[in-house]
Unconditional design. Sequence first.
Length: 151
Amino acid sequence: MERTLVLVKPDGVQRGLVGEVICRLERRGLRLVAAKFLQVTQEIAETHYAIHKGKPFYSGLIDYITSAPVMAMVWEGPNAVAAVRQTMGATRPTEAAPGSLRHDFGLEIGRNLTHASDTVENSEKEVSLWFKPTEIVEWKRDTDRWIFEKS
Ligand code: DAT
Ligand code: MG
């Protein structure tokens, strides 16, 4: 079972799309195991986006993610990393598949609403950056066996 970090970034929060993001991930069948609403510190932002340091969009990205509160969550399920990336859509909203969140609600790469871990390895690092182990709730849903082939 994979876990993945999801952020509803400041534009998504300001536009009232937290519920829409949660709704789509729930509908997909993923299981929510952690959530918190927070103002992102400079330190978390810089660690989270360390891979982009030095790129031309880096300072704008840090300003954007720290500009207003975000909703941070961990979602779990088989192939959770790939499934959530697909639900979010491609980084550039004009290249995101119709029906994906970034397609349906976005226009610009610098206002693309959400973050989702891109690999299983990065998801583990990101989950531990954003959440303490005690903030993650291990639980089973009554519907798991109807959604997960091996639950
Ligand atoms: P993703 O968020 O799909 O994982 P990424 O990790 O490549 O994409 O980049 C992180 C964020 O940085 C992305 O959501 C938006 C911003 N970004 C990436 N490439 C950019 C570019 N060429 N111009 C402006 N912003 C960019
Ligand atoms: Mg990324």
